[in-house]
Design a protein around this ligand. Structure first.
Ligand code: ZN
Length: 505
């Protein structure tokens, strides 16, 4: 027993050091996006590549395999969801996955995705898919090789999805998203046909940036983001990055003439940050102190952004402050007008600007197309036509250009394939968790209307943040809600909100 404890300790120390290298990389990455001077880019890329290689070497060190082999049948794994069993299970999973990838494939992928992102930037600027097509073809080919190397049960896409949503299957995601789509398409159509529509012009009046910033920080702190352990800065592409047990950075961007962008962006990233800050600090760098999956991470950001932030109760509380802060923009606006404007649903071309209903249709389109690419049912040169067809079918609109169509997202050029569905999984988990929180805590709306957000934050912390990776996402949702992942809570939430607003249903 003494021996096995020493071995386990060595395994943990080694993993914590790898996590430390990765956290240093995260600091440099954050700096690159925020304050780094323009000419520092090339050397920064070298620094980051060096650190990436160092952490990869550490995580594939053969000693890790030996330590794991010694631990995996010991009493440390007896309680399968306990801390030590979770450390061993998750480090083994990571070690095996990484070790199956040939070094040459890792290097080729790194090169192809750097080139892919550069080619994407240029192709989008020039609206020239043909120039991006060969690079993307190579990336798809490498991703298929990756799936073959790692292995899968049913579909090669399973192996890629597993990088972002561990243990999730293509078949299950397909089941839930297809049901969601079947119900969303008629809802979007009914909303479009309604004669009651919001006055969205309200949102593009003048909202001075300095005041937006002040209000955003205040609200972020109020819902529970801890500024003693975090910061909010400005970047072109907003993100949240944890870089230590007591250091979480979130970012946003401001537009004086579009209020929702920064406000909901801050709520969204604060939701990610509250999850990060809710993880167990004593397990930093080990699986019990890590987030479960991107889908669960996104559920936390979406809940604060949508279920809370786009709800009427929240604005009952916030609107008087808002009206005071932006007096010239809002003197003639009522709470109901403002609330309706924030919840406009309208099919649009660009995913990141989509409302919370049509957003999921943007995701389902990408999920179906990338699956077809990986399975070989669709060839890259045929992608723009397939894209336009899906947009006609699902959203009733067609992009006038590839720049506003198939070229709008960086993901594929960056090799992030299997990533898109985690956005919709986040929306689904968020609605399912929120329904359960309402059942457990009582009238949340009533609390929000008085500015009380801590009961929800503490519920999330206890149920979702503290368990870290001790459960898979599918296990956690069943454990908390008693049900497997379903599209119904999200649909019920959207209908309950939108049908009265649009006078339909
Ligand atoms: Zn997010």
């Amino acid at each position: 027993m003494a021996d096995i404890m020493q071995t386990y300790q060595a395994l943990c120390d080694h993993a914590r050091e790898a996590a430390m290298v990765e956290s240093i990389r995260a600091v440099l990455g954050w700096d690159e996006q925020t304050y780094m001077p323009p000419q520092a880019g090339d050397y920064r890329a070298e620094q980051i590549t060096w650190l990436a290689a160092a952490s990869h070497r550490r995580r594939t060190d053969p000693r890790v395999g030996e330590w794991l082999a010694a631990c995996e049948d010991s009493e440390l794994v007896e309680d399968s969801h306990g801390d030590s069993a979770t450390v061993i299970r998750e480090l083994k999973r990571d070690y095996q996955k990484r070790s199956k990838l040939p070094q040459s494939l890792v290097e080729e992928m790194a090169r192809a995705t750097v080139l892919g992102q550069q080619a994407w930037v240029q192709a989008r600027k020039d609206d020239d898919f043909a120039s991006f097509s060969p690079v993307l073809t190579q990336i798809i080919d490498l991703k298929r090789q990756q799936a073959e190397a790692v292995g899968y049960e049913e579909s090669p896409y399973d192996a890629l999805l597993d990088d972002y949503e561990p243990g999730e299957t293509t078949a299950n995601v397909h089941r839930v998203l297809s049901s969601l789509r079947e119900d969303l398409v008629p809802l979007v159509a009914a909303i479009a046909e309604s004669s009651t529509q919001p006055e969205v012009e309200i949102l593009s009046r003048s909202y001075p940036v300095a005041l937006q910033k002040q209000l955003g920080e205040q609200v972020s702190a109020q819902i529970g983001f801890d500024f003693q352990r975090g910061r909010l800065d400005v970047t072109h592409h907003p993100f949240c990055s944890g870089m230590g047990p007591f250091d979480c950075r979130i970012t946003t961007r401001y537009d004086e003439h579009f209020f929702p962008m920064a406000f909901f962006g801050i709520l969204h990233e604060s939701g990610h940050g509250i999850y990060d800050q809710g993880l167990r600090t004593d397990f930093y760098g080990l699986p019990p102190g890590e987030f479960i999956s991107l889908g669960i991470h996104e559920s936390q950001s979406r809940m604060w952004e949508n279920q809370v932030g786009r709800g009427r109760a929240f604005w009952q509380y916030m609107f008087p402050t808002l009206q005071e802060t932006f007096a010239s923009a809002l003197t003639d606006v009522t709470l109901d007008q403002f609330y309706f404007a924030l919840n406009e649903v309208r099919p649009s071309l660009i995913r990141v600007e989509a409302d919370e209903v049509t957003y999921n249709l943007h995701i389902i389109i990408r999920f179906e197309l990338e699956q077809a690419l990986i399975q070989g049912d669709l060839q890259v040169p045929d992608l723009p036509a397939a894209w336009r067809e899906k947009y006609r079918e699902f959203l009733g609109i067609e992009p006038p250009s590839d720049a506003d169509g198939v070229l709008q997202d960086i993901h594929w050029g960056a090799g992030l394939i299997g990533y898109f569905p985690t956005y919709s999984l986040g929306n689904l988990y968020s609605a399912q968790f929120f329904a359960q929180a309402t059942e457990d805590l009582g009238d949340l709306e009533d609390m929000f209307s008085r500015g009380e957000f801590m009961p929800l934050k503490h519920w999330l912390q206890e149920k979702i943040h503290q368990p870290g990776k001790c459960y898979r996402a599918s296990e956690l949702v069943e454990r908390i809600t008693g049900q497997p992942l379903s599209h119904e809570p999200l649909l019920a939430y959207l209908r309950a909100k939108l049908e009265p607003l649009y006078g339909i249903g």
